[in-house]
Write a protein that binds this ligand. Structure first.
Ligand code: 5AD
Ligand code: SF4
Length: 525
């Protein structure tokens, strides 16, 4: 998603009250003197706070596989007659975690609702990647205070990446006493027990394990749609890019067993799903931790492409681990979609080094050349951070030239946001915010122009669109994606939803295509 789209999305979410920010800052100053341990005395019930230092450490032997999730007998039917509301912030990993938590709620007997007035439990599944993501959540917590006052029985919970941060937990303890439950990314399977404690205990329940992480295979899932599905192939990240909080919030890189993944994809195909997206923070590292087999993402994709499911995607890639085997398999095409999201972050080798990205500008360009040679019609998109500490004008210009040289079709662009506990956050930064904003603005102009140029090439062409549903702005119009991940809007009977149909593109806009359906229900081999 680009800046413009992100802003539109932001407008739907309530922002932080500036007055709150000031008092938050005062409180935080006070709290700097305290550690989480100081809060232990207030708790009779579960209190296991996060610890970033512990989360940073890696001990591979501690990763375990489990297949034994079940709702304990005494909690069966616990949610009967009650409703839950889940708000999800951030990446696809969080979206999918929310599907798992919704699955657990459903198994407990809860029903989903979108109306917070009728919810018995409201859970915020949070993102820590940038400060503004966190501000949104604190803003939302502020708004929920009044609802909790009206309905004291309401359970308000915070989970996801923010819960893994000590400073966040301390801030909630100090400022948002109306929160009943905080739990981390490694504690999702404990939701039934934690809900019970939150409901019957007197104190706030805090359970955040700062561990490397396990794999629990049999967690239930309430998937959001019937057309596209997320499939986790691995968890965590060991790359430790110097700006990024994820290795601390999501634990060590750990891969699911190939058989478990293949079985899940087969099952989804049998259920009629048309597309799967293989998910991981760094999917190209898939298999590296499996000690008994030599098996990587290329091998996995080579098996998945034989499954009778029309579309297969994967995200997110790290250039460093993107190997020739994967390129060779992707070139076989078929149900492997010609779309690669390949975050570059910067076009300057010096900045990449400071970011600990472990590749140079030239190595990235070489990888792109290889990909384009093997898959000439592949659409490439990327992530870029501008204003990394001490980024010079020249270094920023290198990002601009790299963008054009690669010919990216779109990008998610961000201003660097310091995250507590990461190495980059300790650096002094001589780039003023207005310079960073100007750089972002210039980059976005290039991104917009390139997106429009890429879309213009589709005018007059017939494309295959997997129809997902009605367009947000106009229910008369249906919307779906091409293999290259371009969003197409067109008029068609509702029966086309969930099908792959042929659409003639009549007009390219900045981000989307307008078309006319020419043929319903394409047979896909
Ligand atoms: N500041 C700004 N952007 C960040 N990202 C990750 N950490 C930060 C940060 N501290 C961006 C990267 C990554 C994307 C998911 O978010 O571009 O690829
Ligand atoms: Fe963060 Fe880098 Fe890991 Fe991506 S690869 S999640 S940016 S540390």
């Amino acid at each position: 998603m680009n800046e413009k789209q992100r802003k539109e999305l932001n407008n739907q979410i309530k922002q932080v009250n500036p007055a709150d920010v000031k008092s938050d800052q005062d409180n935080l100053e006070r709290l700097k003197q305290k550690t989480s341990e100081d809060f232990v005395k207030y708790f009779q019930t579960t209190y296991e706070p996060p610890n970033i230092n512990k989360a940073r450490k890696r001990k591979r032997e501690e990763v375990k596989y489990f297949n034994d999730f079940e709702i304990p007998e005494e909690l069966q039917g616990f949610g009967n007659g009650k409703k839950f509301l889940m708000r999800t912030y951030g990446c696809q990993m969080n979206e999918h975690d929310s599907e798992v938590m919704s699955g657990i709620f459903t198994e407990l007997g809860y029903e989903a609702t979108l109306d917070q007035e009728e919810a018995d439990v409201i859970l915020l599944n949070t993102c820590a990647i940038r400060e503004n993501a966190e501000n949104k959540v604190f803003g939302e917590l502020g708004h929920l205070k009044a609802l909790k006052r009206e309905k004291p029985g309401l359970i308000i919970g915070v989970c996801g990446c923010m819960s893994q941060e000590e400073s966040v937990v301390n801030k909630i303890l100090a400022k948002h006493q109306h929160v009943d439950l905080i739990f981390g990314t490694h504690n999702i399977h404990r939701l039934p027990h934690l809900l019970k404690e939150a409901m019957f205990g007197k104190e706030m329940v805090v359970e955040v394990w700062s561990k490397e992480g396990d794999i629990i295979e049999n967690l239930p899932k309430s998937r959001q749609g019937k057309t596209k599905a997320w499939v986790n192939i691995m968890y965590g990240c060991d790359k430790f890019c110097t700006y990024c909080i994820v290795p601390m919030t999501r634990g060590i890189e750990r891969s699911r067993r190939p058989d478990d993944i293949i079985q899940e994809v087969r099952h989804l195909a049998a259920q009629g799903y048309k597309e799967v997206t293989l998910l991981g923070q760094n999917v190209n590292a898939y298999g590296k931790d499996l000690e008994d087999i030599e098996y990587g993402l290329g091998d996995l994709m080579d098996e998945i492409r034989k499954i009778d499911i029309p579309r297969v995607r994967f995200t997110t890639s790290h250039p460093r681990d993107f190997d020739d085997r994967l390129i060779e398999v992707l070139a076989k095409g078929g149900n492997l979609m010609p779309y690669i999201h390949l975050p570059v972050q910067s076009g300057s080798t010096e900045v990449l080094k400071k970011m600990n990205r472990k590749y140079t500008r030239e190595e990235y360009l070489e990888l792109v050349r290889k990909i384009k040679k093997a898959i000439p019609h592949a659409a490439l998109t990327t992530d870029i951070i501008v204003g990394f500490p001490n980024e010079t004008d020249e270094q920023f210009e290198e990002t601009m030239t790299l963008y054009e040289e690669v010919g990216f079709e779109s990008a998610y662009t961000f201003i660097y946001s310091p995250r507590e506990g990461t190495p980059a956050a300790k650096k002094k930064d001589d780039v003023p915010m207005d310079v960073k904003k100007k750089r972002l603005h210039r980059l976005n102009e290039l991104v917009n122009q390139s997106s429009n140029d890429a879309l213009k090439k589709y005018e007059g062409r017939v494309v295959e669109v997997l129809v997902e549903g009605e367009s947000k702005n106009n229910p008369e119009v249906l919307a779906g994606y091409t293999p290259e991940n371009k969003l197409v809007n067109f008029r068609a009977p509702k029966s086309a939803i969930g099908q792959i149909v042929k659409v003639k593109v009549v007009k390219a806009k900045t981000w989307t295509l307008d078309g006319e359906m020419v043929e319903e229900a394409v047979e896909v081999k």
